[in-house]
Design a protein. Structure first.
Length: 192
């Protein structure tokens, strides 16, 4: 067996499923987005908007781990402040999941606030419209640190998905641009 055959057998990458690190159960994934602005009132700009890295572990049992680190680079608005730069290394998610049953999970840690479509899938390549609605960034924080029970009610209308979550307001690595929850108790339902 050649050395390159051994190396390729240890690298197990599938598009959409991440890069599996040998037989550890650890996976790496992510995405990056770039932007280009060419407005009449300012000079053209190109830049890296964000880079997200996912690290997760999925073993043979009921436990799972997931984390997302996001380098955010908000482009300065030359009309407001041409020298403004907003670079931030965000801890978007860091949680453990425990599968109580095939349809019910318990999550502990920092997770995306389950409000609407925008917070559940917030990555730029996967967005529902060309720009994110203002209400999704100004009314509530995008993350919450606490506990959540989520799953599917298969017996009700072809599988209603639900999330019930709570937090005392202590945020893991809070984003300085957001006002975190003081306390929260919420629920989210997805109807088929």
């Amino acid at each position: 067996m050649r050395a390159d055959e051994t190396l390729s057998s240890d690298i197990n990458y599938r598009l959409g499923e991440g890069l599996r690190i040998a037989n550890t159960g650890i996976y790496l994934g992510g995405y990056a987005t770039a932007g280009y602005d060419n407005l009449r009132s300012s000079t053209a700009r190109a830049g890296l908007d964000n880079v997200s890295l996912f690290v997760w572990w999925q073993g043979e049992g009921r436990w799972k781990f997931f984390s997302e680190f996001d380098y955010e680079n908000e482009q300065p608005n030359s009309a407001l402040d041409p020298d403004a730069k907003d670079h931030y290394l965000a801890l978007e998610r860091l949680y453990f999941d425990y599968a109580l049953t095939d349809t019910t999970n318990v999550r502990a840690g920092k997770f995306l606030t389950p409000i609407g479509r925008w917070n559940l899938i917030h990555a730029t390549p996967l967005v529902w419209t060309t720009s994110r609605p203002l209400i999704t960034t100004q009314i509530f924080p995008t993350n919450v640190t606490g506990l959540m029970v989520n799953g599917t009610l298969d017996a009700v209308r072809k599988g209603v998905e639900y999330s019930v979550y709570a937090s005392k307001g202590e945020e893991l690595h809070p984003n300085p641009a957001q006002d975190p929850f003081n306390e929260v108790l919420g629920t989210h339902l997805t109807l088929p």
